[in-house]
Design a binder for this molecule. Structure first.
Ligand SMILES: Nc1ncnc2c1ncn2[C@@H]1O[C@H](COP(=O)(O)OP(=O)(O)O)[C@@H](O)[C@H]1O
Ligand SMILES: [Mg+2]
Length: 230
């Protein structure tokens, strides 16, 4: 049994000729939550898209012991990778419940788990996604990603645009997922507060390069203004 759920080695990602990620090597152990912290434009979303097979890149991506670097996106999903994307990408005119069921092939058991995790979604289950608040939409995006029973959950800036109290709700839910399931988590964030609340380990990504890594406790000296000044 491989120790790692995800091993990324010397990843370089490109848009046209522009190199966006330079020799990025990161890993996530089974059952671990890892944060990639970085300022706007650092390459966090590009990293997530590379894992999903949506960006031209070189290097190795090993998922659960298998090299998936050349696999098509839908096959990576089938292997057990699930994403809560930047901007949430919900079906805006569909109900909360239909957004969830469509992602989970009608799996009612998973639906109950998601409702248990986010009671607000149960209350709002008939409501159209686009009429929900930003925080509720983020809960729905994470809930939807859970519906396919992933092995690896990718979270792209779940805290963006949310009030601190809502960020805390999201953090509590992620910590419950960690405790109650075997899902490994990779979260990319600008918000250190959320990352430090949920992650075991972290990497700091600046201009497409990993400039620091360590246990979350070792990274806590990063100041809130670290990214603004970099
Ligand atoms: N589709 C694209 N085409 C060209 N450049 C892009 C594209 N998407 C992102 N970029 C550039 O890649 C860099 C990293 O972007 P991104 O991965 O979105 O960063 P982050 O998610 O950390 O804010 C930025 O300089 C951005 O302008
Ligand atoms: Mg981004």
């Amino acid at each position: 049994m491989p120790e790692f759920m995800l091993e990324i080695e010397n990843l370089r990602a490109f848009y046209d000729k522009a190199e966006i990620l330079r020799n990025v090597s990161i890993n996530v152990k089974k059952g671990e939550a890892v944060a990639v912290l970085g300022p706007n434009g650092a390459g966090k979303t590009t990293l997530i898209k590379s894992i999903c097979g949506l960006v031209k890149c070189t290097g190795k991506i090993i998922f659960n012991g298998e090299d998936i670097s050349r696999l098509k996106p839908h096959l990576r999903i089938r292997r057990g990778i699930s994403i809560s994307p930047e901007g949430r990408r919900l079906f805006p005119d569909m109900s909360v419940e239909d957004n969830l069921l469509i992602a989970g092939n009608g799996n009612r058991e998973k639906l109950e788990y998601v409702y248990d995790l986010f009671p607000r979604l149960r209350e709002r289950r008939k409501q159209r996604a686009k009429t929900m608040s930003g925080g509720e939409q983020q809960m729905l995006a994470i809930g939807r990603a859970l519906m396919s029973e992933p092995k690896l959950l990718l979270l792209d800036e779940p805290s963006i645009g949310l009030a601190p109290v809502v960020v805390d709700t999201i953090a509590d839910a992620i910590n419950r997922i960690k405790k109650e399931t075997k899902i490994s988590i990779l979260i990319v964030e600008q918000n250190m507060h959320l990352a430090f609340e949920v992650a075991d380990r972290g990497y700091v990504l600046v201009s497409g390069e990993v400039v620091r890594e360590g246990e979350v406790d070792e990274l806590k000296d990063l100041e809130e203004d670290y990214f603004e000044s970099s």
